[in-house]
Design a protein around this ligand. Structure first.
Ligand code: PRP
Ligand code: ZN
Ligand code: MG
Length: 225
């Protein structure tokens, strides 16, 4: 891969963080146009390239210094950090600051007909999730044994499909749970978006650009408070 002297920023291609991530960068004076077919968008006024990828891939891209910055949910970041710890792989990234969007919670939920008392009600059951590490950490703390069913998407249909007894998934408005006959029983992690940087930043020019963007972000967030 050729070394680029342009700053690379990874953002979610499509999902809850996409619009706000682009809005934030634009309000910091980064001009760019998105071509839906393209993975990369070049800024017209600054030496910045935007990489539009799946949110789950962003922490790894930053930690492996494929990109310099990433805008991501804290839940996805933490999930990847625990995974790397487990694999003895370094997590080379720092959180620059929290952002004021992408607020959600990672929760346990069960079918409406399930009589749930407390987390112990899940003892020995199967739980579908895209966040096996955050779920494991929580269940370990509670001393509950369970089986997991790893699903990258459509977690909410798992109980109805007979794949699991309950789920552990992100909840924002609660509409997805309701539409699937599930109810939330425990919040295991609260999250919002954040901006992260690879600890292997490269040139002083890139670092200066990161500092400039960060100070603009601070200004934008402060102005909204
Ligand atoms: C989460 C979660 C649900 C939805 C819940 O998906 O997996 O599908 O949001 O939101 P609601 O409570 O407002 O209905 P996310 O947006 O993270 O997309 P992804 O799973 O494709 O990454
Ligand atoms: Zn995702
Ligand atoms: Mg989803």
């Amino acid at each position: 891969m050729s070394e680029s002297n342009r700053l690379r920023i990874a953002i979610q291609k499509s999902g809850r963080l996409s619009e706000e991530s682009m809005k934030l960068l634009r309000s910091c004076g980064v001009k760019f146009n998105i071509n839906e077919q393209r993975l990369i968008a070049h800024s017209d006024n600054l030496p910045i390239d935007l990489l539009r990828v799946r949110d789950d891939d962003i922490p790894g891209l930053v930690m492996d210094s494929v990109v310099d910055l990433g805008i991501i949910g804290e839940n996805v970041l933490e999930e990847e950090q625990i995974e790397r710890e487990r694999l003895d792989k370094p997590s080379r990234c720092i959180k620059l600051r929290g952002l004021d969007f992408g607020t959600c919670r990672l929760s346990l939920a069960v079918p409406n007909e399930f009589s749930y008392e407390n987390a112990q009600s899940l003892e020995g059951l199967r739980i579908a999730t895209s966040y096996p590490n955050l779920l494991r950490r929580y269940m370990k703390k509670k001393g509950i044994t369970y089986t997991d069913c790893m699903l990258k998407g459509s977690v909410e249909v798992a109980p109805r499909a007979g794949l699991a007894d309950g789920i552990c998934d992100l909840v924002s408005t609660g509409a997805t749970l309701e539409a699937n006959g599930l109810y939330e029983t425990e919040v295991i992690y609260r999250s919002s978006a954040c901006i992260i940087q690879s600890t292997q930043t490269q040139t002083p020019e890139k670092q200066a650009l990161i500092d400039k963007i960060l100070s603009r972000i601070n200004g934008v967030v402060r102005a909204k408070e």
